[in-house]
Design a protein around this ligand. Structure first.
Ligand SMILES: NC(=O)C1=CN([C@@H]2O[C@H](COP(=O)(O)OP(=O)(O)OC[C@H]3O[C@@H](n4cnc5c(N)ncnc54)[C@H](O)[C@@H]3O)[C@@H](O)[C@H]2O)C=CC1
Ligand SMILES: O=C(O)C(=O)[C@H](O)COP(=O)(O)O
Length: 370
């Protein structure tokens, strides 16, 4: 069995050693000839999997993407060729939530906000959006939720339509897939018209897909009146609209989901799916492979409260580190270098908070407490 995997997929050899022979490739530059012999193709978000890429391969049985997003996969074409497919739903949802929380804490410090006085509009309330809503609610921060598809399916879902959310939110955070057609497209969901509807001070956070915001319209709006802005994703990565950078409070290279756990879970999910497809029993689990975190346990007292969470979270992750890396290296080394050389970052759950009375809401933020 020949397995071809993106070179930026962690632990792929460890997981797949017993399944077949693993060959690594550059996901950004992969060609049809390079992948012609693959039985199993494992990609990340940077590889367009479509007819031109698979035209020379007649033996492919399975394509897996170790990501949540699937906008780089031509599902109709895979279906036509009868090639099985899997993504890794939810694999790095917690990582994205931690990125957004860290961004909110950073903006709150910079602009001296009391976050509990701000209403956060969450657009797209699936794995990431709903976890984020739970975390913010635990922190007593009001939220508005916008997800028309959920509203259609779930009568008890409290939906705020996008136009009203734009008018009411103090902070708006995008967590939709990139959808180009259908009843609820998200391409350029935030366009010049919607930007004009936002409160002038409304902060914008995008850690979904770059094209959910019209980047040229965003730049034009920022040049007229600057609002707080956090961008993890950009249109046309890796050749992004660099003039936007001075107008960002936080700018990063599509790494919101790049926690150690988030990336590794993606690989594990594809491994499990492959084993199922091939009828073999999985022998490797993520817990066997994850490195021991630098700090494993922290004793907290009965005085531990909401204001202390930020200090503990900062031990594990501060988005300002990634923003500094981005500003320093983007012009010299580029977008993909920043992603490839991303420093290890553990999720909140890697740190066990122990104490007599650990508050229940710590779990809502993703901490491991007992
Ligand atoms: N920056 C990063 O590193 C990462 C980015 N992502 C992006 O985040 C997206 C969301 O991830 P999940 O929450 O796990 O996906 P999900 O599929 O669990 O949830 C997405 C939600 O968006 C909703 N939605 C779709 N169209 C909408 C619209 N027009 N308006 C409002 N809501 C809409 C869907 O109904 C669904 O509930 C992914 O598709 C991916 O593109 C995901 C992981 C990491
Ligand atoms: O899961 C997704 O969707 C993402 O956007 C990933 O976190 C991005 O990871 P790469 O595949 O671009 O490394």
């Amino acid at each position: 069995m020949k397995i071809f995997a993106d070179e930026n997929m962690p632990l792929v050899r460890e997981f797949f050693a017993d399944v077949g022979e693993v060959t690594l490739f550059n996901g950004r530059t992969a060609t049809a000839s390079e992948l012609a012999e693959a039985d199993i193709l494992l990609v990340r978000s940077v590889t367009q999997v479509d007819e031109p890429l698979l035209a020379k391969n007649t033996r492919l049985r399975f394509v897996g993407t170790a990501t949540i997003g699937m906008d780089h996969i031509d599902l109709a074409y895979l279906g036509k060729r009868n090639i099985a497919f899997s993504s890794a739903p939810g694999c790095n949802a917690q990582s994205v939530v931690e990125y957004v929380l860290s961004s909110l804490w950073c903006l709150a410090e910079r602009y001296q906000w009391q976050l509990s006085n701000k209403t956060v509009g969450i657009v797209g309330v699936g794995s990431i959006g709903s976890r984020l809503a739970a975390a913010l609610t635990a922190m007593q921060i009001p939220v508005l939720l916008c997800d028309p598809l959920r509203a259609e399916q779930q009568s008890d879902f409290v939906h705020t339509d996008f136009t009203s959310l734009c008018q009411q939110a103090d902070i708006i955070s995008f967590h939709t897939p990139l959808v180009k057609a259908g009843s609820y497209p998200t391409k350029h969901l935030l366009n010049s018209e919607c930007l004009a509807r936002l409160k002038p001070s409304c902060a914008v956070i995008n850690a979904s897909r770059g094209a959910v915001i019209d980047n040229a319209a965003l730049l034009a709006a920022q040049q007229i009146q600057r609002r707080p802005l956090v961008l993890d994703v950009w249109e046309q990565e890796p050749d992004i609209l660099l003039p936007l950078l001075p107008y960002c409070d936080i700018a990063t290279a599509h790494i919101a989901g790049h926690s150690v756990e988030g990336k590794a879970r993606g690989t594990e999910m594809l491994y499990q799916r492959c084993c199922q497809l091939l009828g073999i029993a999985p022998t490797v689990t993520l817990s066997q492979l994850l490195p021991v975190p630098a700090v494993e346990k922290l004793q907290i007292s009965a005085n531990f409260g909401l204001p202390d969470v930020q200090s503990v979270a900062r031990m594990l992750y501060d988005v300002q580190r990634d923003d500094a890396l981005f500003r320093h290296h983007i012009e010299g080394k580029g977008f993909d270098w920043l992603r490839k050389s991303y420093p290890a970052r553990r999720e909140f759950s890697a740190l066990q908070l122990v104490g007599q009375a650990t508050p229940a809401w710590l779990g809502q933020l993703g901490f491991n407490s007992q």
